[in-house]
Design a protein around this ligand. Structure first.
Ligand code: NAD
Length: 253
């Protein structure tokens, strides 16, 4: 493991434009299960009946009564050492952006500034009729009175700012993510199975532009054979060691 950690640090220190692409696995050590692993959020449920744009349109009540309950853990979770490492790497001007599929806001809470949220977030929501925005606190308060929560202004349904199955990705964020993927010289994939499109195409863009790939993920991904470094390990253990070495400047010796 020591050699792998050293290689990880060397690749980071040699890069001019490193970016991370994170997924649900990065928040697993914070107590948020991923979706697809056994025991994950989708174990035993049909996600399309709760988390799709068509099920939300047809029956938003199901999303609020069942879906939001499954996502409640996200609101109280705290960033872990992997989020903190990435914030530190941004502060050191090594990491230029954190592109994330996560909706939990933990990158920002750990101190990362340049976070590109491709699947939205749980901090806010908006009226699907008049586009008035609400904080999650306002939405939860409204839910005490009515489900689904309705807009003060037009009585339209309020939708959390999440990308559900069938929704398009936010254009600006996806454009920025694609730009970083095409400009980076190092892409670090952390905690993602890389099976959700179109995000699963970002490492391919990076590789086409000669960037190196580091994959830190328990499970295998379809990019493993093209990575410069693969660690199928618990990411918090790896990140703790890298952070320690960076803080102690051990990499200089
Ligand atoms: P995924 O569930 O498909 O894959 C997660 C990957 O993380 C798996 O390959 C697993 O092996 C790995 N993993 C789990 N725990 C790990 C650990 N401790 N150390 C190292 N690796 C670990 O997740 P995905 O690729 O992000 O795509 C699925 C979707 O899940 C995204 O759309 C995202 O919005 C959503 N999601 C988000 C959250 C969150 O915001 N925290 C949580 C669950 C799902």
């Amino acid at each position: 493991m020591n050699e792998e950690i050293q290689k990880f640090i060397d690749l980071l220190l040699r890069s001019r434009h490193a970016v991370v692409l994170s997924g649900a696995g990065i928040s697993a050590p914070s107590g948020i299960p991923d979706f697809r692993s056994p025991g994950g959020i989708w174990d035993g449920i049909d996600p399309y009946s709760i988390f799709s744009s068509w099920s939300f349109q047809r029956n938003p009540e199901v999303f609020y009564r069942e879906g939001l309950k499954l996502l409640a853990k996200f609101l109280h979770a705290k960033p872990n050492v992997a989020h903190r490492l990435l914030a530190r790497l941004e502060e050191m001007e090594i990491l230029k952006a954190a592109i994330t599929q996560n909706i939990d806001g933990l990158h920002q809470r750990a101190g990362s500034k340049n976070v590109i949220e491709l699947h939205g977030n749980l901090r806010e929501g908006y009226c699907i009729r008049c586009n008035k925005w609400y904080s999650i606190e306002e939405i939860l308060k409204k839910m005490e009175k009515e489900i689904p929560p309705l807009c003060d202004r037009c009585k339209g349904t309020i939708k959390p700012n999440l990308i559900l199955f069938g929704d398009n990705l936010p254009q600006r964020e996806y454009g920025l993510a694609t730009l970083h993927a095409s400009q980076c010289d190092l892409m670090l994939v952390m905690g993602s199975s890389l099976v959700v499109g179109p995000v699963d195409g970002l490492p391919a863009i990076a590789l086409r532009n000669k960037a190196k790939l580091i994959i830190l993920n328990l499970g295998a991904t379809r990019y493993d054979s093209q990575a410069e470094l693969i660690l199928h390990k618990e990411l918090d253990e790896v990140c703790r060691e890298i952070l320690r070495k960076l803080e102690e400047k051990e990499f200089l010796t």
